[in-house]
Design a protein around this ligand. Structure first.
Ligand code: NAD
Ligand code: UDP
Ligand code: UDP
Length: 316
């Protein structure tokens, strides 16, 4: 039987590389499209010998003509440090990238997944966040290129669905972590783990009372693939995908320093503008529709992540 051919944009990034790996293990032919802005060849090096894996260096803000059965659209820098480096390009990646991938999906009648984000809820006034909450987003702040770009991408997905009957799946991903996050990524777990392993100061932004809910990457991949594979075409989402376990950033810093056995001091830096105070997904929709429940506790996930960075730093 002919293998299903799947396009993964952003396939050499943190999440994308795990999706490529999983799809190959499921017997799919995988095409990874990436401009390597935050992605790295080393994330996919182990897949390169596989004859069913192909890499195309391409920026999704430009049109792409290929033939595939399914698309996972993950291209977009996800860390505030990276997406604020060139904010105009970030909006273009979300918006023009979505238009091009939707245009592609329309022409070849492919099913398409969009990696949306909990950031569409902004600094949320309801807690935990359910999919019917419209969000509290600053349209002109430093995070807006990412938040509003992703919100506009969602609009485009739903309009292509209504206007052109496209088969869409929109997943709102909450903070996810694990091996292959970039060391200089700037996100909280990679920062704290690397700082703890190196005995450097742990940099808490603000008092550390803000909360996040952290999902281990393998759980997230189960959720994304389950959404694409197990739900009927009529089920488009948006659907939250994240681990409802909620922690303050101070708790996270203490847990990581204890687990590493680090002598690092905790220091406080300014809280960045528009930093959301709390975040926790309501995952009832995913539980009901794909019977999905994250299995990996924060401590288990951190153990694997600390092991990864420990080895990575020793081999630098
Ligand atoms: P990442 O930065 O590791 O990966 C993003 C990938 O997209 C990189 O490989 C990068 O080179 C590529 N890319 C960026 N701009 C591109 C462009 N114009 N053309 C082609 N490729 C481009 O980030 P990640 O954590 O793996 O995130 C992947 C996706 O998931 C993103 O869309 C992100 O918004 C979404 N997401 C991630 C999280 C999370 O916690 N990791 C949470 C919510 C949403
Ligand atoms: N597009 C693409 N690959 C395709 C088909 C379309 O990249 O295989 C791009 C194309 O450049 C266009 C966008 O997707 O700008 C939207 O396509 P659509 O057909 O929806 O709109 P139109 O071409 O009518 O503007
Ligand atoms: N944060 C922190 N120290 C760091 C990096 C991040 O205290 O070195 C905080 C950040 O201000 C935010 C939380 O940790 O409140 C999560 O930040 P991250 O960039 O990982 O994700 P996002 O803000 O996009 O949820």
């Amino acid at each position: 039987m002919k293998k299903k051919r799947v396009l993964v944009t952003g396939g050499s990034g943190f999440l994308g590389s795990h999706i490529c790996e999983r799809l190959l293990s499921m017997g799919r032919e995988v095409i990874c499209v990436d401009n390597f802005f935050t992605g790295r060849k080393e994330n996919i090096l182990h897949l390169m010998g596989n004859p069913y894996f192909e890499i195309i260096r391409h920026d999704v803000t430009f049109p792409l003509y290929i033939e595939v059965d399914e698309i996972y659209n993950l291209a977009c820098p996800a860390s505030p440090v990276h997406y604020q480096y060139d904010p105009v390009q970030t909006t273009k990646t979300s918006v023009h990238g979505a238009i091009n991938m939707l245009g592609l999906a329309k022409r070849i009648k492919a099913k398409i997944f969009q990696a949306s984000t909990s950031e569409v809820y902004g600094d949320p006034e309801i807690h935990p966040q359910t999919e019917d909450y419209w969000g509290n987003v600053n349209p002109i702040g430093v995070r807006s290129c990412y938040d509003e770009g992703k919100r506009c991408a969602e609009t485009l997905f739903f309009d292509y669905n209504r206007q052109h009957n496209l088969r869409i799946k929109v997943g709102r991903i909450f903070n996810t972590y694990g091996p292959r996050m970039a060391m200089d990524d700037g996100r909280v777990i990679s920062n704290f783990v690397v700082q703890a392993l190196r005995g450097q100061d742990i940099t808490i932004y603000g008092k550390g009372e803000q909360t996040r809910s952290f999902c281990y990457v393998d759980d997230l991949v189960d959720g994304i693939i389950g959404f694409m594979e197990k739900t009927p075409d009529t089920f488009t989402g948006p659907m939250n995908l994240g681990n409802p376990g909620e922690f303050t950033i101070l708790e996270l810093a203490q847990t990581i320093t204890n687990m590493v056995g680090s002598q690092s001091r905790i220091i406080h830096k300014d809280l960045p503008a528009d930093d959301p105070m709390q975040r926790k997904p309501d995952i009832s929709l995913a539980q009901k529709n794909i019977h999905w429940n994250p299995q990996i506790t924060l401590r288990e996930g951190l153990t694997k992540t600390i092991e990864y960075f420990d080895t990575y730093l020793k081999n630098l």
